[in-house]
Design a protein around this ligand. Structure first.
Ligand code: NAD
Ligand code: TYD
Length: 371
């Protein structure tokens, strides 16, 4: 039977995917209140939620998911029946340089949420029905060879980075609370997201912004690593489907049907950026350092740099279970998804310019070299 969430607690709602989901959820007719709980780390940004403060269904609480007392209080006060858990440390390079925050937020933080949910929903029976949805990653399954079948829900876990190991640990805790205590959980493992509001240290926004300022486009190693790119809007629709139609206790893999090497995606962005800049004299004037303004193709900025240690070679997602059971299908093809994402970054310079405090690519590379 379909589930109808009433009062949502969305953790990490000021991050990239969380903010897109909050916007998506509140745009559905007839949805109830949403409380966003977010610690506003370097990746959290209230500007991602700008405009929603006028919506009486929306409230924002700055706080840490590790604070079990705070989570319990919010759940009781707002009669929360559904948690959608996005909050995490999410960048693989940072997890290699400093794993501790990943263990704290992704493992200890997820456990604090599970404990609060068990207390309020199972021990105190505060609501009639409940759901704990955990947002996870395909990286928990490790790395595929070129001819291996895509990850499916029963693929054994084999995480390779501190990030994916911490997400795998959190997935296991969610499973344990379901099996041991009967918490009503659902879990999604999805592929690489892209789209509006993605923090500029991640590959796609980094490329777009570096092209505008004429900076090198750092490609790790040979650039033949493969990812399945998922537009964040498709991911948000998938989570909605899992929340409303998914079976309690089930795991669903969510992909974008866009397996691509890093070199292919870098070249595609270069081509699209060249086209857009060359077609608009105002853009060329605004970005005099861009290759297009200097009469060169953006591809001239591509720079192969030292590879990420333990870099997974290939991720691919078999999302046939979500298609069959929930009617999920990605709506974006990669060319259209990249085009709309680039256009968003061109239109929203005021969003990303304040986030460029440091040269992320250089910071990662110099720290890797120092090791
Ligand atoms: P993000 O880094 O953009 O945002 C994370 C958010 O969590 C930020 O707003 C941050 O302030 C908040 N946060 C961090 N620690 C917190 C804490 N202790 N308490 C409360 N809030 C805290 O991440 P994202 O890319 O939006 O990813 C969201 C979720 O999706 C994560 O769980 C991530 O593992 C998963 N995921 C992401 C991708 C991707 O491509 N981005 C792919 C698969 C899965
Ligand atoms: P990323 O966006 O960090 O996601 P993930 O590591 O979770 O897949 O990186 C996507 C791919 O792009 C990954 O194979 C690493 C590669 N990459 C680069 O080649 N250069 C970069 O500057 C970054 C950030 C990533």
């Amino acid at each position: 039977m379909d589930y109808a969430p009433d009062n949502l607690l969305i953790t990490g709602g000021a991050g990239f995917i969380g903010a897109n989901f909050v916007r998506h959820w509140l745009s559905r007719p007839g949805t109830g209140p949403v409380v966003v709980l977010d610690a506003l780390t370097y990746a959290g940004n209230q500007a991602n939620l700008r405009g929603l403060e006028h919506d009486s269904r929306y409230s924002f609480v700055r706080g840490d998911i590790c604070d079990e007392a705070l989570v319990s209080r919010l759940m009781a006060e707002h009669r929360i029946d559904t948690i959608v858990h996005f909050a995490a440390e999410s960048h693989v390079d940072r997890s290699i340089l400093g794993p501790d925050d990943f263990i704290r937020t992704n493992v200890v933080g997820t456990h604090a949420l599970l404990k609060a949910a068990k207390k309020i929903w199972l021990d105190e029976k505060a609501v009639r029905a409940h759901r704990f949805h955990h947002v996870s990653t395909d990286e928990v399954y490790g790395s595929l060879g070129l001819s291996d079948p895509a990850f499916h829900e029963l693929t054994p876990y084999a995480p390779n980075s501190p990030y994916s190991a911490s997400k795998a640990a959190s997935d296991h805790l969610v499973r344990a609370y379901r099996e041991t205590y009967g918490l009503h959980t659902t879990l999604t493992n999805c592929s690489n997201n892209y789209g509006p509001y993605q923090f500029p240290e991640k590959l796609l926004p980094l490329l777009i912004i570096n092209i505008l300022s004429g900076k090198p486009l750092p490609v790790y190693g040979d650039g033949l690593q493969i990812r399945d790119w998922l537009h964040v809007a498709d991911h948000c629709r998938a989570i909605e489907l899992v929340l409303t139609r998914g079976m309690v206790g089930e795991v669903y893999n969510i992909g974008g049907n866009c397996e691509t090497t890093n070199m292919q995606i870098v070249r595609a962005i270069c081509r699209q950026m060249d086209e857009l800049l060359q077609a608009d004299a105002n853009l060329l004037k605004s970005y005099p350092q861009s290759p297009a303004a200097r009469g060169k193709p953006a591809e001239t900025l591509i720079t192969h740099v030292r590879d990420r240690p333990g870099h997974d070679r290939r991720y691919a997602i078999d999302f046939s279970k979500a298609s069959r059971e929930l009617g999920y299908a990605p709506s974006f093809d990669l060319a259209a998804g990249l085009r709309s994402t680039i256009e968003w970054y061109l239109l929203n310079t005021a969003w990303w310019q304040p986030l460029l405090g440091r040269d992320y690519a250089q910071w990662v590379q110099s720290n890797y070299s120092a090791r």
